[in-house]
Design a protein. Structure first.
Length: 457
């Protein structure tokens, strides 16, 4: 398949170079826009501009949707104003809104002026909703029928008006005022008797989104109800648009990418790693690194507080990296698991006590496992080397007990911090693995030396 795509792309490039537009149109004719668009999107901008001048508006819009944002911007600059206007008017309203939202305001306004009055109003209405809201993502390309129609009348209407709609998997039932009454899968229309009333197919079992809902909430509703599309309604229950599953797939990818980047201890890049400006990437990464660096300075402060005790039992310093990293690793594990479970809606904030109980049990078990391994390591080594001195059992007990406390504390910190941030209205992913590890480093040292004071000194 990759070789076929490569050969096809080469043929298209050759036809464009030779300006053989008759053969070019014939070559593209058998292809569905959704199949050929990803291949054509890899052509150089100059060739795409030539292609857009000669191919259908439908194909141009499909290819345009697959381009990177910068490539879209460059392509529009190479087209004449009428060509750019035709392309923008052909784009689905949700794709066009997403593209314009990423442009500087002055440039976006210039492009909006190229739209037809109808498309301009749609675009301005969608852009008026908050960023990352359902309103910015919804499309107005849906099919709605009335409850008093028959199945035959509904199917006739769908055949007439459904060609350029976003999806026909769900048909929406509205009254004369546009109030949503139900959504019905199209297969129920196909399997029903032609003279059956639409009202007979309705069960009143449907879910809706508000245009001001956050896109993360929309993603949760899609997962819960397993729909290919969900209606968006006004406060008066009037149907104003729909959000489709393909948009939700993009949202899921973007949200996962953003969370992973935050979990790695950086701000969300908002752009692909390979195209973001180096200065912008450094700025986003440096802010967190500075915070973490300042936090790690507290580790030195904690060590200086126990300087006298450390001098009396210098052997304890050998195990500082071991016990501290174990606590940080346990905290990072717990934070990652809890953040992902929150994102998937596996529990709610009011279930925090259940999470704490699980981490108390898990942290204790993990601490005992690591503590036992640490003690055995010291016991075995002491049989072959005098490095731990004659009081190696006390050293082993200190390391073992400290590991239990530090791992347990790290697990509790890693699990509770995301819940606290969520409760305060922040993104739980902000409690990244490096952030949790830094907090546990400081508190872990205090636990370690406190155990040492109690056992050895």
């Amino acid at each position: 398949m990759p070789a076929l795509a490569s050969n096809f792309k080469t043929e298209i490039s050759t036809l464009i170079e030779n300006k053989d537009f008759v053969t070019l149109k014939a070559k593209l004719a058998p292809w569905l826009p959704s199949d050929v668009a990803p291949i054509l999107s890899e052509l150089p901008i100059e060739e795409l501009a030539v292609l857009f001048r000669g191919c259908s508006k439908e194909l141009s819009a499909a290819v345009f949707s697959y381009l990177e944002h910068n490539a879209k911007h460059k392509l529009l600059k190479t087209l004449t104003q009428p060509q750019a206007a035709a392309l923008l008017n052909e784009l689905p309203s949700d794709d066009r809104t997403t593209f314009l939202n990423l442009l500087p305001l002055d440039l976006a306004m210039q492009l909006i002026c190229l739209l037809t009055p109808e498309e301009r109003k749609i675009t301005q209405d969608l852009l008026a909703y908050p960023e990352h809201s359902v309103g910015r993502m919804m499309t107005l390309d849906y099919v709605d029928v009335h409850a008093d129609w028959t199945v035959r009348e509904s199917l006739d209407y769908i055949r007439t008006h459904g060609y350029d709609r976003e999806t026909l998997s769900m048909i929406y039932v509205t009254d004369e005022a546009g109030i949503l009454l139900d959504d019905i899968r199209v297969r129920r229309f196909l399997l029903a008797e032609p003279e059956t009333k639409v009202s007979a197919l309705m069960d009143g079992n449907y879910a809706t989104l508000a245009p001001t809902d956050d896109r993360e909430k929309a993603l949760q509703v899609f997962r819960k109800y397993d729909r290919v599309a969900l209606p968006v309604t006004s406060p008066e229950s009037k149907l104003i648009g729909i959000v489709t599953a393909d948009d939700m797939l993009d949202v899921a990818s973007e949200e996962a990418t953003e969370d992973i980047q935050k979990l790695g201890g950086t701000e969300a890049l908002d752009e692909p790693y390979t195209t973001i400006a180096l200065s912008k990437m450094v700025k986003k990464r440096a802010s967190w690194l500075v915070v973490l660096f300042l936090g790690e300075m507290l580790t030195a402060t904690a060590m200086s507080y126990f300087e006298d005790e450390l001098a009396k039992a210098i052997v304890l310093s050998l195990f500082i990296p071991l016990v501290i990293s174990s606590g940080g690793n346990a905290g990072s594990q717990a934070a990652t698991l809890v953040i992902r479970a929150l994102a998937l809606g596996e529990f709610r904030l009011r279930d925090w006590w259940k999470i704490m109980r699980r981490e108390l049990a898990a942290g204790t078990a993990l601490g005992l496992i690591l503590g036992a391994i640490g003690f055995l390591r010291i016991a075995i080594w002491s049989q072959f080397t005098p490095i731990y001195g004659p009081h190696w059992p006390l050293v082993g007990a200190t390391v073992g007990i400290a590991l239990v406390g530090i791992v347990l504390w790290g697990s509790l910190m890693g699990s509770m911090l995301p819940l606290l941030l969520k409760k305060l209205g922040f993104d739980p992913a902000t409690s990244s693995a490096p952030f949790v590890a830094t907090l546990v480093d400081v508190t872990g040292l205090i636990i370690y030396f406190s155990v040492a004071l109690a056992i050895m000194l």
